[in-house]
Design a protein around this ligand. Structure first.
Ligand code: HEM
Length: 451
């Protein structure tokens, strides 16, 4: 006989913090401390409240797999992301559910195939060289704005295939305001608050992309904008004008802030660990060429481990939201349809049960001899996992390596041992002080005393 009794679920511990605001302050200040504190008090599944949103926090690699891989189709990305990005990034692929998501991702994937990536790298290298030629030795060179300028410049050439020229600063500001709107407390576009600024900036970006669109539809060039205009899936389906514009705006944000964050944290870690900086410099110099080709970048072993380790310690996206779309259960805990849930890459990335000395920068943990990251498929997830896994992972890897290869050959940098980077973790991780470093030339004949 079938047992029709309701299974006995474990009650989810509730830890709500201050009424209405909940743990907004703790979450914004440091999601790692927030998650570990909740876990210490309640265990790995916690019902809590952040910014007026009730949510269940699910911690650990099994939870990441359950939510992100989502084998049973229990979760909605739209339901998770729409509250944060729906108004300023409408039509973003990250907040789509099937069947729309599957359909649009299949078209978008065309722009990330190997021949396209090879063309992007070829176009990127001279731009990196040109940008770096403006970097000068200084005792307090601010890395974050320097890198942001460089990646924005690359974004315009590789993503748009255009020179933005005098509009560059305005566009940069528009991106900053749209991203900041994601975590606005006041969700209505009321002046002068962040959501209003974000929506105003969104209109600036739309106007820019719609003006360029006819030109991009007319010719095929090796940039994402043109690729999106011309890409088709196996059945010949293409993006509409609105889809192209929505995807371009989302892509620029997704690509630009995340790689800037990764490069910045690599600078920080390599400034703190000069022995690793020297090791990577030696690796880069051993290639004997100032710019690397697509194939070379794959061979940069130590640089690859250092990038992975920076992404482990400082994932640009510290948490990933979803909404339960059908009643389900995880490890005996009942998750009701409509519940907001969040997984925390930053927490899993520092679990002592998975990583030796998790707070230590130790790139060799990714070497084939140790393979620490291979105990669980969902223990190292800076790029997420499952159907929404980052489409730009390979591109980000190439871009970061291409930039670092050129920087390592030309510049050496150091950070005082006493310095700890003040960090803003959300929406996308970045240093609050711009990360000042002492920057010098590597080559003796270019030696100049830092200003
Ligand atoms: C180190 C840099 C990057 C990191 C850490 C990163 C991280 C992520 C994460 C965690 C997601 C999944 C979000 C979710 O599951 O809800 C994601 C999605 C995405 N990323 Fe990235 N990203 C990076 C760079 C890039 C770049 C360079 C591009 C484009 C050139 C890009 C394009 C995308 C797109 C299109 C999606 C949505 C995919 C989908 O929903 O199907 N990302 N990224």
């Amino acid at each position: 006989m079938t047992d029709t009794r309701t299974p006995a679920y474990r009650p989810i511990p509730s830890d709500m913090g201050i009424p209405f605001i909940g743990y907004a302050k703790e979450f914004m200040q440091d999601p790692m401390v927030f998650a570990t504190t909740l876990e210490r008090r309640n265990g790995p599944v916690i019902h809590t409240q952040i910014m007026g949103q009730k949510a269940v926090v699910l911690l650990g690699p099994d939870a990441n797999q359950f939510v992100l891989q989502d084998r049973e189709g229990n979760f909605s990305s739209f339901g998770g992301w729409d509250y944060y990005i729906g108004q300023v990034f409408p039509g973003a692929i990250m907040s789509m559910d099937d069947p729309d998501h599957r359909f649009q991702r299949r078209i978008m994937q065309q722009a990330f195939k190997k021949p396209a990536l090879m063309a992007y790298i070829a176009a990127m290298n001279p731009r990196i060289e040109e940008r770096l030629s403006h970097w000068r030795p200084r005792s307090d060179y601010k890395i974050f704005p320097g890198i942001k300028k460089l990646t924005l410049d690359l974004a315009t050439s590789i993503f748009l295939g255009e020179e933005i020229g005098p509009d560059a600063e305005r566009m940069n500001q528009a991106f900053i305001e749209t991203v900041d709107a994601a975590l606005a407390y006041i969700r209505k576009p009321v002046p002068p608050f962040n959501m209003w600024k974000g929506m105003r900036s969104r209109a600036v970006l739309e106007d820019y992309f719609y003006r360029l669109l006819p030109k991009k539809r007319a010719t095929e060039t090796p940039d994402f904008f043109s690729q999106f205009c011309h890409a088709t899936d196996e059945d010949g389906a293409r993006f509409t004008d609105k889809q192209v514009v929505d995807h371009m705006i989302f892509l620029l944000m997704a690509a630009h802030d995340t790689t800037t964050s990764t490069l910045t944290t690599m600078f920080y870690a390599l400034g703190k660990h000069p022995e690793w900086q020297e090791r990577l410099r030696k690796e880069s110099l051993s290639f004997g060429k100032p710019r690397l080709e697509y194939e070379d970048l794959e061979k940069m072993e130590s640089l690859g481990w250092a990038m992975k380790e920076a992404l482990r310690l400082y994932p640009p996206l510290t948490s990933i939201p979803r909404r339960v779309s059908r009643d389900c259960s995880f490890n005996g805990y009942f998750l009701k349809k409509g519940t907001l849930v969040g997984v925390y890459p930053i927490h899993t990335h520092r679990m002592p049960s998975l990583w030796t000395c998790p707070e230590t920068f130790d790139p060799l943990r990714f070497s084939p001899e140790r393979n620490e990251h291979k105990q669980h498929m969902f223990q190292w997830i800076p790029f997420g996992g499952g159907a929404h896994m980052c489409l730009g992972q390979h591109f980000a890897d190439l871009q970061v390596k291409a930039i670092m290869h050129q920087i390592l050959q030309q510049y050496r940098w150091s950070i005082p041992a006493s310095y700890t980077m003040p960090y803003q973790h959300v929406p996308i991780a970045k240093p609050k002080d711009g990360l000042p470093v002492r920057l010098e030339y590597v080559a003796k004949d270019r030696q100049a005393t830092p200003a």
